[in-house]
Design a protein around this ligand. Structure first.
Ligand SMILES: [Zn+2]
Length: 201
């Protein structure tokens, strides 16, 4: 899916309706920064906003995702292409999420085994220390890899403006979190809150 093309198309259609970015944003109850982001090709409207946006711009979702008005002849092909693109993106995110969980489980098993070896098997002190250091290094590497995969799998949803965004690694690591939510600052409305992790759009 070509986000730059879609962005240009949103911008052109909006202008042809004599709407400013702010007016369009108000109609959708979102921030004008979000509209500007779409038009710059830096993000797609989330699924729940696609229909209202298309109604205002008087286009179909298929037009929107194709970044142009689709003729009746091309309609079915384009619709299938767009659907496959959205599904592929969701599939990739699900795969990353699964990898992240596998990575976490392997890390826990490896670290536990190393700690058990160091604690219960009689070894020279120096070897015992080395095994513990190895356990620590494994834990750090494993948690890091799992986090990196998770941050790339999907989006976090702002509880205030419902924007979907991908946090930076630094922010992600610092954020207080529960199993499904993480405290992050939303790049759209700049408010901080517990953002829900969503694997699919
Ligand atoms: Zn927000």
């Amino acid at each position: 899916m070509n986000q730059i093309k879609i962005g240009k198309f949103i911008s052109e259609t909006r202008k042809s309706k004599n709407l400013t970015q702010r007016q369009l944003a108000e109609l959708l109850s979102i921030s004008d920064k979000t509209v500007s982001k779409w038009e710059c090709g830096k993000g797609l409207p989330e699924v729940s906003l696609m229909l209202p946006l298309c109604n205002i711009l008087n286009i179909t979702v298929n037009d929107l995702l194709s970044g142009e008005r689709v003729s009746i002849v091309d309609y079915q092909n384009k619709a299938e292409e767009n659907m496959m693109d959205l599904m592929k993106e969701n599939e990739e995110n699900k795969k990353r999420m699964a990898l992240s969980i596998i990575c976490g489980v392997i890390t826990i098993i490896a670290v536990c085994s190393l700690v058990i070896i160091a604690s219960y098997i009689s070894l020279p002190v120096i070897v015992r220390i080395l095994v513990l250091v190895l356990a620590f290094a494994t834990a750090v590497a494993g948690i890091g890899a799992a986090a990196m995969l998770e941050v790339k799998a999907g989006y976090f949803e702002c509880p205030h403006c419902k924007a979907l965004f991908v946090p930076t690694m630094g922010e992600y690591v610092k954020g207080y979190h529960t199993f499904t939510k993480r405290r992050l600052t939303c790049p759209e409305c700049n408010k901080t809150g517990m953002c829900r992790h969503r694997v699919v759009r």
